[in-house]
Design a binder for this molecule. Structure first.
Ligand code: CTP
Length: 215
């Protein structure tokens, strides 16, 4: 099936790592499996895929840009023009250490005070720049998804894929996911628990319908 032939699809995956010193970082539990599944599914369906990731990419027909920090991810994402679809599945740190210590912090010096500063909002930059693209954001929530509709409207994305990372079978490191998909008109569709690859294909089906104007 090559129903996405001619599409340029940009996917981000994994969790960013924000350095504290040369050996330590602030990170998160994202495994990159959801983003990898989307990149793989889109490539299998004929799209030209670029995967910008902090984790090991799948063995697939696509280009890969490996990054570590939110800054590097922002630079890589914002340098990609003319995409048809941008899927921001990565878990990007919202804050990073304001200063990175050049040498390893020593236990002898006692507990450090680490001042944080905001990272760039990559998705906001995409919404601003990629005017012709269909933009998909992700929202990892803990518990209720009530905030997710407001988040979708606030972020200005075309689709927001929200999940409760504390729910059984969902979230970080699992091979399955139960997501709720929210559209720009505020409507939402809860999808049943399925494999991340099935979520990926269903998301691509939705994007196909949206881009051909039939949704
Ligand atoms: N994201 C981003 N740049 C950041 C942080 C997040 O592009 N610096 C993107 C993620 O890739 C994801 C979405 O924004 O697509 C996730 O947003 P989320 O962290 O849920 O939203 P916040 O506005 O940070 O909400 P919260 O109030 O839960 O922190």
């Amino acid at each position: 099936m090559a129903d996405l032939a001619g599409w340029r699809v940009l996917v981000t995956a994994g969790g960013t790592r924000e350095p504290i010193d040369p050996v330590r970082y602030i990170g998160n539990r994202s495994s990159g499996k959801m983003g990898n599944a989307i990149a793989e599914a889109a490539a299998d369906r004929g799209a030209a895929v670029t995967l910008i990731t902090t984790v090991t990419p799948p063995d697939f027909e696509g280009s890969v840009i490996e990054v570590e920090t939110a800054d590097q991810m922002a630079e890589a994402v914002w340098s990609m023009n003319d995409q048809d679809v941008v899927v921001m599945a990565a878990a990007v740190a919202d804050f990073r250490p304001a200063a990175v210590h050049e040498a390893k912090l020593s236990r002898r010096d006692g507990p450090p005070v680490i001042e944080l500063e905001p990272t760039p909002d990559i998705l906001a930059g995409v919404v601003e720049r990629a005017t012709g693209a269909t933009i998909v954001g992700f929202a990892a929530e803990t518990g209720s998804l009530d905030r997710a509709v407001a988040k979708a409207l606030d972020k200005g994305v075309d689709v927001l894929v929200a999940n409760d990372v504390l729910a059984e079978g969902s979230g970080f490191g699992t091979t399955t996911n139960a997501v709720t998909v929210i559209l720009a008109d505020g409507s939402s569709q809860p999808w049943p628990l399925m494999s991340k690859r099935e979520v990926a294909d269903r998301l691509l089906d939705l994007l196909l319908a949206m881009r051909s104007g039939s949704d």
